[in-house]
Write a protein that binds this ligand. Sequence first.
Ligand code: BGC
Length: 260
Amino acid sequence: MKISLASKRVVVTGGSSGLGAAMAVAAAAAGAKVALNYSRSAAHAKSVVAQIEAAGGEAFAMKADVSNPKAVAKFFAAVDKRWGGIDAAINNAGMDGERALSWKVDFADWMKVIEVNLAGTFLCSAEALKRMVPRKHGVILNVSSVHEVIPWSGYSAYCASKAGVSMLTKTLAQEAAPFGIRVLAIAPGAIRTPINKNVWSDPEALEELKLKIPLGRMGEPSEIANMAVALISEVASYVSGCSLFVDGGMTNYPEFARGG
Ligand code: BGC
């Protein structure tokens, strides 16, 4: 069995760094044309595009805030203009936000996380579905997190947004299924990216984190990216309406391995 995305047009939001960059590169390596958006760093986005082109692939990057409906519409219109439509959308753009207990958090900061992670996923999914439904073809992969089910003190917006992404995924999957469109989510655990550098760059914090991971190590971005490629490919043609946890067992109640 060969996993191929040959001739597929794939949108990856937040494709300039971390998991998004890894997924963009992996999708291109599997033969896809990749459009990525970024919110801040044009330089990072350019370097992902350059990496894809150096490997013989095709990609372009555009600045777009996923929580802004007009910016999202513009981004998808740019993909249409270039490639005449899309075959898969990976809604990856997201942020943890600053750690703050709910009675201390700044509401604007709290809302920003919801807007980017949840509203952003909705807006990009809606733009993708507008194009996919009439063609009765396409797949949407939302990037959730183990925190769609694991509460995380100090990150109420993040956890609520990811639980929301999970239910959004299931609901959109129900809406889109009659058109042969799959909507699903990938739920990563602790993957070594810039988002959690504060943890993996501190030896004590890293040891504490490893206790929460049955496989005893953080994941690498490629371990999410490879699975994402499989999930948007024909290999996963019967998978829809669910989240696949790729977390080294983090959601498997690791404490119970040490007695009940
Ligand atoms: C967060 C990471 C965290 C991981 C496990 C992810 O969703 O973005 O910062 O390390 O969950 O807690």
